[in-house]
Design a protein around this ligand. Structure first.
Ligand code: NAG
Ligand code: NAG
Length: 435
């Protein structure tokens, strides 16, 4: 009995130690303990018990949007003049020439597992006027760092084009939208964005690149608290225990660690319309094979272009569930889809164009697991367009390809992907004109 108890305690302790190392919090004070606890509860309550409902809704909308675009009759979603939005997320807002007056309309446009993300909806507009990032403890009003630590919902926009070189990781509070439309906003050359134990964030239409590890130190994380941080990893956007997050139309390249990392039970996340290039380890969903709570992870990747100069991990996933729908994988050097610890991966209607290298034609890779083990994991390819010799090795009991008895709607096929992802990445929106 004592032995079991000891084992159990040890396990908890070990788990917590891993957390602390990954969280870059030098000291878990009362503030962070509370945040971490709230994040755990949020992940549990945001976990969708019927993922098929979310998957089918999105597939249905994509198919309707393509059909609507092709029909000679006026489609239901209005597009006037030159607007060429090609997928249901974009059609939700891009054709409005008054988008700059109706910025918060975007908050109704999330789809997939992150569809409840509303960011700073209902809050004030905060205009970032300065690109500097000097004081980590008392950030200057008008800077991005000052905007993201405020306690209330905020819709953050930029007065003019700017490159923000973050001196240390940018620690965001919840209920925020970072909306780069109307300006060229680069977050580059310094530290990256950190979404730690927070809820409800939208990041839209910015470029994040050349992010480097930063030394850490005293950093303010909210108006009521600051604390000591250890060295950051150099990820572009790092999500840790974050829920209801939507990353849309973000261009990212060449960061020191990952482009986007989801660790410690992030869930209800959508990555859409992004454009990723020139990077090795692209997306990491789950960092540890012992962190079983990552079973709660539910992520949608949709309308994203995995482009030039990418190597591997699009994503690399542990535990959890990923719906990978209608993305364009045009470049990889090793393989795009990788996992361990029995993640569930549903690839639908993507295009996978294999590189010339004869040893890199396989789309899938199972890391450090014998076939007897991985053949039980549910990895499914449905409607994917596999070209230039690309092949996908599915797994899972063929009689039960997916952990549900409900039917999954077939996707818009991979042949539509070049149109669906045509505007992937940062958007150059001009006021008084459809974007
Ligand atoms: C749309 O119309 C074009 C031209 O008629 C046709 O080639 C294409 O297959 C149609 N696409 C869909 C998705 O129906
Ligand atoms: C979104 O919110 C609704 C209403 O609270 C909830 O039923 C649903 O599970 C949430 N998550 C998703 C992915 O829809």
């Amino acid at each position: 009995m004592e032995g079991i108890k000891f084992c159990f305690l040890f396990f908890i302790f070990f788990g917590e130690m891993v957390s602390m190392m990954e969280a870059h919090i030098a000291h878990y004070d009362e503030f962070w303990l509370k945040q971490a606890e709230a994040a755990k509860n949020a992940a549990q309550s945001e976990y969708h018990p019927r993922p098929v409902e979310v998957i089918n809704q999105l597939n249905h909308e994509v198919r309707l949007s393509v059909k609507g675009r092709n029909s000679t009759r006026r489609p239901l979603n209005k597009y006037n003049g030159p607007c060429t939005a090609t997928n249901p997320i974009d059609q939700c807002w891009r054709c409005d020439r008054d988008w700059a007056k109706n910025r918060q309309k975007l908050a109704d446009c999330a789809r997939g597992f992150g569809r409840n993300a509303t960011g700073g909806k209902g809050g004030k507009i905060y205009v970032v006027t300065e690109s500097t990032d000097e004081d980590m403890v008392n950030p200057k009003p008008g800077t991005l760092r000052h905007a993201v630590i405020q306690p209330e919902p905020l819709w953050i926009i930029f007065e003019h084009d700017m490159t923000i070189k973050l001196s240390q990781e940018l620690i965001m509070t919840g209920d925020k939208t970072i909306d780069g439309r109307g300006a060229q906003v680069h977050i580059a050359g310094g530290a990256g964005l950190t979404l730690q134990f927070v809820k409800n964030i939208i990041i839209h239409s910015i470029k994040v690149h050349d992010i480097k590890s930063a030394s850490g130190g005293m950093i303010r994380d909210s108006t009521s608290h600051f604390g000591m941080r250890t060295q950051s990893d150099g990820d572009g956007i790092s999500l840790l225990g974050a829920t209801n997050v939507w990353i849309d139309h973000v261009s990212m390249w060449n960061c020191q660690d990952g482009l986007i990392d989801l660790v410690e039970c992030c869930t209800a996340v959508t990555i859409s319309n992004c454009h990723f290039t020139h990077h090795n380890d692209v997306l990491l969903f789950g960092a540890s094979d012992t962190y079983t709570q990552d079973e709660l992870m539910q992520v949608t990747i949709v309308f994203t272009h995995f482009g030039k100069g990418l190597v591997q991990r699009m994503p690399r996933m542990r535990f959890g569930f990923a719906h990978i729908l209608n993305n364009d994988y045009t470049h990889w050097l090793m393989y795009p889809i990788d996992g361990s610890s029995h993640p569930t991966i549903l690839c639908q209607g993507n295009r996978f164009v294999a590189p010339a290298d004869r040893n890199a034609k396989e789309v899938t890779k199972r890391t450090e697991s014998p076939e007897s083990e991985w053949k039980k994991w549910v990895w499914k390819s449905d409607g994917d367009l596999l070209s230039n010799g690309a092949f996908f090795i599915p797994s899972g009991d063929p009689g039960n390809q997916f952990p549900t008895t409900e039917e999954i709607i077939s996707p818009q096929p991979g042949s539509s992907v070049s149109s669906l992802t045509k505007f992937a990445g940062y958007l150059n929106c001009v006021e008084n004109s459809p974007c």
